[in-house]
Ligand binder design. Structure first.
Ligand SMILES: [Fe+2]
Length: 198
């Protein structure tokens, strides 16, 4: 498992100055984001659509940054090169992504990233119409991700700081899969992400 995680981004981030860090992240996701997220969009398109939804909804800079980087775990896991479908195999990309970025961003950025999968479980538990609106792939992966929550898990979830941002991010995540949608390019977010760095 550990050897599936690409450490090159971490090394480059550690070596980079404060002002170089965003370029390091952006170069990485630009390069690694050309693989397909699902049948409709690439990983990079998905990230950009998610960030665009955050901007359209007047989100804070921290939540825009979470939206843009929420699937960084998929990028560093390089699940396509490992020749397995990440929609069928759960490698906990949300935990891996959060841990990866934790040294560089505050909790307000990290928690929504870490919780964006449990947020789906939470929303499916409390809202049947939310479940019905999920894509087939997302319904399929719910089982792998733990299915609906117990009462205890549901209540615990609501005690986590920033959990509401995670729910908001999750709804954008579900929408950010539109084939051929025009979005702002990655560089548009440079200042926003830069401001969120620790
Ligand atoms: Fe996503």
């Amino acid at each position: 498992m550990q050897n599936l995680i690409d450490q090159t981004l971490a090394q480059k981030l550690n070596e980079a100055t404060h002002h170089q860090k965003v370029d390091v992240i952006f170069n990485y996701i630009e390069r690694r984001g050309q693989t397909f997220y699902d049948e409709a969009v690439t990983q990079l398109e998905h990230a950009l659509q998610c960030a665009a939804l955050a901007v359209q909804n007047n989100a804070s800079n921290t939540l825009i940054t979470s939206a843009l980087l929420h699937d960084i775990g998929h990028f560093v896991l390089d699940e396509h090169n490992a020749e397995m479908s990440f929609l069928d195999t759960d490698l906990n990309h949300e935990e891996i992504g959060a841990k990866y970025l934790q040294p560089f961003f505050p909790e307000a950025v990290i928690t929504p990233i870490r919780l964006h999968v449990p947020a789906k479980r939470y929303l499916c538990t409390g809202d049947a119409s939310y479940y019905d609106g999920l894509s087939e792939a997302s319904k399929r992966s719910l089982k792998l991700q733990g299915g609906i929550m117990s009462d205890n898990e549901y209540n615990e979830f609501e005690r986590i700081p920033h959990y509401q941002d995670a729910l908001t991010l999750r709804r954008w995540d579900d929408q950010a899969k539109v084939k051929g949608l025009e979005t702002d390019e990655l560089g548009t977010y440079k200042e926003i992400v830069q401001q969120c760095l620790k």
